[in-house]
Ligand binder design. Sequence first.
Ligand code: GLY
Ligand code: MN
Ligand code: MN
Length: 207
Amino acid sequence: MQIAKMIQPGMTEVEISLELEFSLRKMGATDRSFDYIVASGLRSSLPHGVATEKKLEKNESLTLDYGGKYKGYCSDLTRTVFLGQPDSKQREIYNIVLEAQQAGIEALKPGITGQEADAVARQVMTKAGYGEYFGHGLGHALGIEVHETPRLNTRETQILQPGMVITVEPGIYIPGWGGVRIEDVILVNDNGVEVLTQAPKQFIIID
Ligand code: GLY
Ligand code: MN
Ligand code: MN
């Protein structure tokens, strides 16, 4: 992940946010899609922890949720990275979120409702004992606005159709510990899906 190269302990979350935006602008983005979430350490338990003056420390996790506008359309990507080797709990939680995300992506196809897709990923969390820590919907359609319908959540009855672009972004957020979210952008096509975002998802470790 290109952006991981510039992240180091001592930088503030705001500095990281600026670097993220700068890198997208250099690639042609005309704006940011939303206020970036840059949430390190305990702050990563906040699903919407926008960047603050907090400095990054060694051995913290760091959740980055960012995107740019390009030719009028929004992108939206989340990765949780680790400043040092993740401990066993961080590995456990990360792997559950990754498994839930994979299950959610595999469930997407034309004709499925947002509710059905959400349930597939949520079941992975619940089985692992972390259902109560996944406090938001699985995803949302993405287009000219960053949040469009259909949503992937416990109430959405709209079905997915070919041509829709949808995020899949499960997370586990534990107050007093931290959090992990992984988000990708998926194109629903005639037969199934294509994952559009290419950033790696196996443990991204910044030493
Ligand atoms: N931070 C916007 C989103 O991922 O939905
Ligand atoms: Mn996002
Ligand atoms: Mn999103």
